[in-house]
Design a protein around this ligand. Structure first.
Ligand code: SAM
Length: 282
C-alpha cells in the first residue's frame, strides 16, 4: 500500500495575502489538515476557499495524537500540518509528529513560507550571516536574567519571540545583562497595519517602548546584536566610561562594569585602569 505524505505548510504571520500558491494547492489536495486551533485556521481556509477536513493538534494533545496521525499516513492518507501563524514547529507544535512520521518511514515535505523570526531578521539591519533563535524567554524575570546571562558573550545575532505583557520587562532585563549601549531591534506586528521596526541602543529602546503604550501592543520579535568579537580598540568613549566608573568604584568592579557596557575585554580595561592609577600615584 502507498504511504501518505506529511506536508509542513507555512501560513501568513499577519497579512493573509502572504499565503503561497503552492500552500493553497497542497491544502486543497490533501485529505486532512492538522491545525492548532480549528476556529482560527477555519478563517484562513475559508479566506482561500478550502473545505478540507481539519483535525486539532495542539501542544496539549500532540503526544497523544501522533500515533493516530502516523497510522493515517501509513494507511495512505495525505496530511498537511499548519499552525496558527507562520511555520509549524517554530515555537509551535509539530516536532513530535514530524519525528514520529520519519520513524515510520513516511515522507515529510516542506511547503515553505513566512516565519516571524526570518521576516524580522531580514529587515533588522543586524548581521544576518550567523544568528541564533531562542524562541520565548522564561516568563519570570529571574529565569529570564539567568538565560540572558548565558547569551551575554554570544557573538551571533540573538532572536527572541516576546509577548506584549512582557515586552518592557524583557527589554529592561536585556539592558541589565547586555549593557545600555548594545544595539537591538524591536519588530512589532510584521506584515500588519501597525508594523513597526525600531533599531536603537537598548537604553533608547527601553525609553521609547515605555513612553508609548501603543508600542506595547501586538506581536513582537526582539533581536539583539551579538557581542563584538574581541573588541580591543579602547576609544575615547570607552575611556570616559572607565574613568567615570573608577571615580566611584574599585578598579576591579569599574573594569568589569565598563567591559559590560563597551564590549571590550575586562582585562584590557583593567590594565588601562591600572596604568592610570599608577600614573596618578607617581
Ligand atoms: N510559527 C510562528 C513563526 O513561524 O513565526 C511563530 C509562532 S509563536 C507561537 C508566536 C510568536 O511569534 C508571537 O508571540 C510573536 O513573538 C511572533 N510573531 C508571530 N507573528 C508575528 C508578527 N506578525 N510580528 C511580530 N512577531 C510575530
Amino acid at each position: 500500500m502507498n504511504l501518505g505524505t506529511l506536508y509542513i505548510v507555512a501560513t501568513p504571520i499577519g497579512n493573509l495575502s502572504d499565503i503561497s500558491e503552492r500552500a493553497i494547492q497542497i491544502l486543497k489536495e490533501v485529505d486532512l489538515i492538522a491545525v492548532e486551533d480549528t476556529r482560527h485556521s477555519g478563517k484562513l481556509l475559508q479566506y482561500i476557499g478550502i473545505s478540507t477536513p481539519m483535525l486539532a493538534l495542539h501542544e496539549h494533545n500532540e503526544n497523544k495524537k501522533v500515533q493516530n496521525i502516523v497510522d493515517k499516513l501509513s494507511a495512505g492518507t495525505n496530511i498537511a500540518l499548519i499552525s496558527d501563524a507562520g511555520t509549524p514547529l517554530i515555537s509551535d507544535p509539530g516536532y513530535h509528529l514530524v519525528k514520529g512520521a520519519l520513524e515510520a518511514d513516511i515522507s515529510v515535505s516542506p511547503v515553505p513560507g513566512p516565519s516571524a523570526l526570518i521576516a524580522a531578521l531580514s529587515v533588522s539591519g543586524l548581521p544576518s550571516d550567523a544568528f541564533i533563535f531562542e524562541g520565548f524567554l522564561p516568563n519570570k524575570s529571574s529565569g529570564r536574567l539567568k538565560k540572558l546571562e548565558t547569551l551575554a558573550k554570544e557573538s551571533r545575532t540573538l532572536i527572541f519571540y516576546e509577548a506584549p505583557h512582557r515586552i518592557v520587562a524583557c527589554v529592561q532585563d536585556m539592558l541589565e545583562v547586555f549593557g545600555a549601549q548594545r544595539v537591538a531591534v524591536i519588530a512589532r506586528e510584521l506584515t500588519k497595519t501597525f508594523e513597526t521596526i525600531k533599531n536603537d541602543s537598548l537604553e533608547n529602546l527601553l525609553a521609547w517602548v515605555k513612553a508609548d503604550t501603543n508600542q506595547q501592543r501586538g506581536e513582537f520579535v526582539v533581536l539583539v546584536q551579538g557581542q563584538e568579537k574581541d573588541k580591543t580598540v579602547v576609544d575615547s568613549e570607552a575611556e570616559f566610561i572607565l574613568n567615570t566608573l573608577m571615580q566611584e568604584l574599585p578598579l576591579k568592579q569599574a573594569s568589569q562594569l565598563a567591559a559590560k557596557i563597551t564590549g571590550i575585554k575586562k582585562n584590557t580595561l583593567y590594565q588601562i585602569g591600572l596604568k592610570k592609577s599608577n600614573n596618578k600615584n607617581k
